[in-house]
Design a protein around this ligand. Structure first.
Ligand code: ADP
Ligand code: ADP
Ligand code: MG
Length: 673
């Protein structure tokens, strides 16, 4: 019997696993790195153990430290979540050796599915259909060239040991193959410690449809239907849903049978996902589906399966780990309705989806019977730079797909995050897109509709500016009243909200920075509120601002309920499903910051320097790569804005940099000084 469960993970998945564990009466143990000492998963556990410094390899990937924590806390089982050690066969084995239950498949099954090449070779023997391709051991250029020729271009190169959508390359013509293979092998070696690659036919407009499988220790193995994860960006899932639109019962049955066969072939136990790629149904070979890989763990998107089946997959995992048989047989598993999940990330779609780690000044999630939010953060928490910057998964259910879409759209409109940029509006644009409503899904969706999904960053409109300015003057007035109250002088003119009369001019100039632009709004104090003079004309505004930012306002007679939150000099306005961030400009401070950082190149995000391509004194061309900053899964290359000579380089490979840190200086070519 499992009594104490250690969760070897962090963030939303750690919190989610603990929720079920607690419901089942288990004691929960969290582990944390120094970056997570104040994290929710630590706060929610019955007990928490520090396992090391922030970098994952020194903490969440450290097998010894985690096993020490398990022994120290008396844990009899470890749930690895997803990512980190969840697909590490050595870890599963080390748990077994230590006499601790690993909540996952046997190490042998993890190993068998760990290499995309080896698992495909195995699948070929079980009759599970494969994408036309080459996954042999022979990796020399001539063999690969002949294989590619046979497959037909375009071909896709994948790292056998790869994952997370990394290291894939599309090759469209034979001439480019040799170079791309060499580059892919180098990359695979450095990223995964294994240079081996495989080739696949690159399918046009495919869908990603995966089957959830479950097996117990008694030889039972079933599937819990499919998930469609075709909405992807750079081979990574952004939106997932169940069931897959347009899936016929016949195809579901044959994909389910193939998935169960795949799991059985490796002696699988527990929760797993068999990923298939499905060619464009309108093309030749209409009903085909091909095995891609098996993920031997709980998947990020498991909540959509829970949404349609009403089951708790973590509960099943724990029961199976305890030796119990599967709670249901295949014919007893039923699904109703539709569920859709989106992954809310701290990232900036306007800047190539750069990760945006940092403090979450304000977090507010939607609620409701058909909305589920899985998260590991609250207002005031931090998205650390060291890990995946996912903030939450937002899942909506409905009787029909259309109902689920409507609820998810509403849920996204009600989601408020201030402090870091997020992909919220991008997700809302996907979910609200007519092509999404029409279920015209394939992995090229985001690229094809890019222009609709990534609108130009709009400047604040009249309504936003009015709300922000109203909030600003109301906030300042409140601060003065508070200050006067604090000094205890009830006769201070500031102690009266009517103290504005002191301002002889009876107006205040409010300067805002909106993106690159500076906007001036004049707030004139009227008896019943304000007259705001905006670039587009005047608006009569009145209202009240609660400490939680709830702004109840009347704009030219129209009643408006919004939220406006001030953090430092930033004001974020949430209104009708939109958010807009404006920065309060202090004219005095602005004047002295006149000399802009010409020639100084700064870090676009906090991260780690992964390459320095130039040295002081070196002449560089415009656009030449200078330095590479890496944060989580993203690499960002800083290029020379103009030709010049490298002055100082302030960082070395491996150094941590803050957002805005000056990385290096470029001096104009030939120019002295
Ligand atoms: P796939 O590997 O097929 O993309 P998922 O969509 O389930 O499957 O993504 C899981 C991957 O996401 C993990 O392997 C990991 O690299 C990454 N990941 C996302 N969030 C986290 C997190 N909080 N902790 C660790 N890894 C994470
Ligand atoms: P990972 O381990 O990174 O998850 P996968 O093999 O599961 O790698 O592939 C990830 C994604 O890449 C798929 O979901 C799909 O969008 C795309 N992809 C994979 N194989 C092919 C292919 N043969 N043709 C077209 N797209 C593919
Ligand atoms: Mg995959």
């Amino acid at each position: 019997m499992i009594r104490t469960l250690l969760i070897a993970n962090r963030g939303e998945i750690a919190c989610r696993i603990m929720r079920t564990a607690r419901r089942l009466g288990l004691r929960t143990v969290a582990v944390y790195s120094d970056a997570d000492a104040g994290a929710q998963h630590v706060a929610q556990a019955d007990e928490a153990h520090r396992i090391g410094p922030a970098p994952a390899r020194d903490s969440y990937l450290k097998i010894d430290a985690i096993l020490d924590a398990a022994r120290g806390s008396g844990a009899d089982a470890i749930h690895p979540g997803y990512g980190f050690l969840s697909e590490n066969a050595d870890f599963a084995e080390a748990c077994a050796t230590a006499g601790i239950v690993f909540v996952g498949p046997p190490a042998s099954a993890i190993r068998a599915m760990g290499s995309k090449s080896a698992s495909k070779a195995l699948m070929a023997t079980t009759g599970v259909p494969l994408v036309p391709g080459y996954h042999g051991a022979d990796q020399d250029a001539a063999t690969l060239a002949a294989a590619a020729q046979k497959i037909g271009f375009p071909v896709l190169i994948k790292a056998s040991a790869g994952g997370g959508g990394r290291g894939m390359r599309i090759v469209t013509a034979p001439g480019a193959l040799a170079d791309e293979v060499a580059a892919a092998q180098r990359e695979a070696q450095s990223a995964f410690g294994d240079p081996r690659i495989l080739l696949e036919k690159y399918l046009q407009r495919p869908r990603h449809i995966e089957m959830q499988v479950f097996a117990d220790q008694h030889g039972n193995c079933i599937h819990l239907f499919e998930r469609d994860c075709s909405i992807q960006r750079r081979y990574q899932k952004v939106v997932e849903e169940a069931p897959a639109p347009g899936m016929s019962d016949a195809r579901r049955a044959s994909m389910g049978a193939a998935a169960v066969a795949a799991a059985r072939a490796v002696g699988y136990v527990g929760a797993g996902t068999v990923e298939f790629i499905v060619p464009d149904a309108s093309g030749p070979g209409g009903d085909d589906f091909f095995f891609m890989e098996m993920n031997t763990r709980l998947q990020v998107e498991h909540p959509v399966t829970e949404g349609i089946t009403g089951l708790d997959l973590v509960e099943w995992q724990l029961r199976v780990a305890d030796g119990a048989p599967l709670p249901l047989t295949q014919d007893r598993v039923t699904a109703t309705g539709h569920a859709i999940e989106v992954r809310l990330y701290a990232e900036d779609p306007a800047r190539g989806f750069l990760p945006q780690p940092g403090k979450l000044d304000h977090v507010r999630f939607p609620r409701g019977r058909d909305v589920r939010v899985d998260t590991g953060v609250r207002s005031g928490d931090t998205v650390p730079r060291e890990y995946d910057p996912m903030i939450a998964k937002i899942v909506a259910r409905g009787e029909t797909r259309a109902a689920a879409i409507a609820r998810l759209g509403r849920a996204l409109a009600e989601t408020e995050i201030a402090g870091v940029r997020t992909n919220r509006a991008f997700l809302a644009a996907i979910v609200g897109h007519p092509a999404f409503a029409a279920a015209a899904l394939d992995t090229g969706f985001i690229e094809r509709h890019r222009a609709d999904l990534l609108p130009e960053t709009a400047s604040a409109d009249t309504r936003i500016l009015a709300l922000a300015t109203l909030a600003r003057v109301l906030d300042e007035r409140q601060r003065m009243v508070d200050a006067a109250t604090a000094t205890g002088d009830p006769h201070s003119p500031w102690a009266q909200a009517t103290g504005w009369r002191l301002n002889r001019e009876a107006w205040q100039e409010c300067l805002w920075r909106d993106g690159e632009a500076t906007v001036a709004v004049r707030a004139g104090f009227a008896r019943d509120g304000f007259v705001l003079t905006l670039p587009d004309g005047a608006v009569r505004a009145a209202g009240s601002l609660r400490p939680d930012g709830r702004l109840t306002a009347t704009l030219d007679g129209v009643h408006v309920s919004a939220r406006a939150l001030r953090h430092g000099d930033a004001m974020t306005v949430f209104d009708r499903g939109r958010e807009h961030r404006l920065v309060i400009v202090d004219p005095l401070a602005a004047a002295s910051a006149g000399e802009a950082a010409v020639g100084k190149l700064t870090a676009p995000m906090p991260g780690r320097v992964s390459a320095v391509r130039v040295a002081p004194g070196q002449a560089v061309e415009r656009g030449q790569a200078l330095i590479v900053v890496e944060a989580m899964k993203m690499e960002h290359t800083i290029a020379a804005p103009a030709a010049g000579v490298v002055g100082a380089v302030h960082f070395r490979v491996g150094d941590l940099v803050e957002e805005g840190a000056e990385l290096l200086v470029i001096e104009p070519a030939g120019g002295a000084s």
